[in-house]
Design a protein around this ligand. Structure first.
Ligand SMILES: [Zn+2]
Length: 360
């Protein structure tokens, strides 16, 4: 698995920023010419073919790799365009041979009137600390890139993690929804539930209503900037909550020797949210998607596999006898003739875990 750590540079001097911008301009030109050569059928390219571009050869070589990959995608895409075009804000990319991370100092080659090595301090954030841990554990660094966004400079470092194989056989099924943001059911290989976890959505619902009414008031007063600020604030709040939920789910999974986490793919989530208005639905698709991503990411870091199942019937099927009956689900409750009367989302999460048992 690959993960990327985005580090923020401490504000470089004006001179250095000018060098960055100058190199980025050359990267744009270089990439464009590479794409043209590829289009002309010229596949054997090396940095020596681009003497007119003022860039370190390491950067030119990386550009060739990147553009080749992009060109391949472009050819596959059936696009009407003549060729790929590059926006002005390209990243400067390096392979792992050409940059160094030493504590909070990164060093990279750039071109001034010759190729020169530059060193930059980065902010010692939480992300930086995590990267340090990986480096201390001798992990393999992958490619990196320097880029400019909203007035700041960033250096993104990719880390290649070995996929840890685990031989744990318990399964955690997770149902994601509105009333319960997440319900997890953990089953052993005999299909017996050994633990569960609920993440109630009432606080999120309360916050949603609070922000919605704030937005409405500000909207009527035509305070557009203030509305945007509220949106950002709500997103940050939800992101924070998703981090907490995913962390607690993974902690439980580790504690209970879970080898595989199973979730529904997102189609079903869109259907679940059909009762909402458009703005709320977009928000939900976004936050459900984010929660799944956080779960998947943290699971993989913990060496737990993640699978997705087809969500057909997971909420209508009885997790005890297997009968599929839509009317069995009434609001938060699932009740079946067989005597299964349980919380509806727990029923769904049991089914999700069960589906995985069957397919394994
Ligand atoms: Zn039943």
């Amino acid at each position: 698995m690959q993960i990327t750590f985005v580090l923020e540079l401490l504000e470089p001097t004006n001179r250095k920023q000018n060098v960055f911008h100058e190199n980025i301009r050359e990267v744009v030109k270089n990439r464009q010419v590479i794409a043209e050569k590829l289009k002309a059928g010229d596949n054997k390219l090396s940095s020596a073919d681009f003497k007119e571009h003022n860039l370190p050869s390491a950067v030119k070589n990386q550009n060739i790799r990147e553009v080749k990959a992009l060109y391949k995608e472009f050819k596959k895409s059936d696009s009407d365009k003549e060729n790929i075009t590059f926006k002005m804000n390209q990243p400067i990319c390096y392979n792992n041979q050409n940059y160094e991370v030493d504590g909070h100092i990164i060093s990279i080659p750039l071109y001034t009137n010759r190729c020169e090595r530059f060193a930059f301090p980065v902010k010692q954030t939480e992300r930086w600390e995590k990267l340090q841990k990986h480096i201390a554990n001798d992990c393999k660094l992958g490619k990196a890139s320097l880029f400019y966004k909203n007035g700041n400079w960033f250096f993104a470092v990719t880390v290649n993690l070995e996929n840890k194989e685990n031989n744990k056989s318990n399964i955690m099924g997770i149902d994601i929804g509105l009333k319960q943001l997440a319900v997890a059911s953990i089953q052993n290989p005999d299909g017996k539930e050994i633990n569960r976890q609920f993440h109630n959505g009432s606080q999120a619902g309360f916050m949603r209503k609070k922000y919605r009414s704030l937005r409405r008031k500000l909207g009527q007063a035509k305070k557009v900037n203030a509305v945007e600020k509220i949106n950002d604030k709500e997103q940050r709040w939800m992101t924070d909550l998703n981090h907490k939920i995913s962390r607690q789910l993974i902690n439980l999974a580790v504690q209970e020797q879970v080898g595989t986490i199973v979730m529904e793919n997102l189609e079903n989530i869109r259907q679940t949210a059909q009762s909402l208005n458009r703005a709320d639905r977009d928000l939900h698709s976004w936050t459900f998607y984010q929660l799944q991503n956080f779960i998947e990411y943290k699971a993989k870091l913990a060496g737990i596999k993640v699978e997705y199942v087809d969500p057909k019937h997971t909420s209508q099927c009885c997790s005890k006898c297997g009968q599929i009956k839509k009317s069995n689900r009434e609001g938060n409750l699932y009740s079946c003739d067989c005597g299964n009367h349980i919380q509806a989302d727990l029923n769904a999460s049991r089914n999700i875990a069960y589906l995985e048992q069957q397919s394994a």
